[in-house]
Write a protein that binds this ligand. Structure first.
Ligand SMILES: [Zn+2]
Ligand SMILES: [Zn+2]
Length: 154
């Protein structure tokens, strides 16, 4: 979650202070694509009324909701079906897609043991799908590259 410091934190959409008594939305760093207009609220505390004025407001809130719903839920490996308890052996893409109809959307909330990705026959397909998006002209940022690096090191 973005850190909200009352009297100091400013809403990136209007540049005014985000006050505790105002309706606010607190976004964790869940937007990776710097070309997505919603990237403006990544890792930020924003006024809900400012968000409501943006074309991406609803979409950004839906992504936040999806993130919150997954918080604290048991993590289960997509490869072996067992629980994931060791954070060092945990790989997730989180809410990676920005739009429900984009290619990345099928990987939303993909999670697995890192050690399971080593021998999984789905790993090459996962890697090439992420690489394709990462290289596309519509995507900019280092999030996907960092995720690929984690898989390669596994
Ligand atoms: Zn604002
Ligand atoms: Zn596993």
């Amino acid at each position: 979650m973005a850190v909200h410091i009352p009297g100091k934190t400013r809403c990136p959409l209007c540049a005014q202070l985000a006050l505790r008594e105002e309706p606010l939305a607190n976004f964790p760093p869940i937007f990776g694509n710097q070309l997505d207009p919603a990237f403006a609220v990544n890792d930020a505390v924003v006024h809900r009324h400012c968000l409501a004025e943006r074309p991406y407001g609803q979409r950004a809130l839906a992504k936040l909701e999806s993130y919150q719903q997954h918080q604290g839920r048991p993590k289960v490996c997509k490869v072996c079906g067992l629980a994931i308890t060791n954070p060092d052996d945990y790989f997730t893409l989180g809410p990676i897609s920005d739009y429900p109809d984009e290619p990345l959307a099928r990987f939303d909330w993909f999670q697995a043991h890192l050690h399971c990705l080593r021998d999984w026959d789905g790993t090459p397909g996962l890697v090439s799908a992420i690489e394709a998006v990462s290289r596309s002209a519509e995507w900019e940022g280092d999030v996907l590259e960092r995720l690929l690096e984690r898989i390669r090191r596994a």
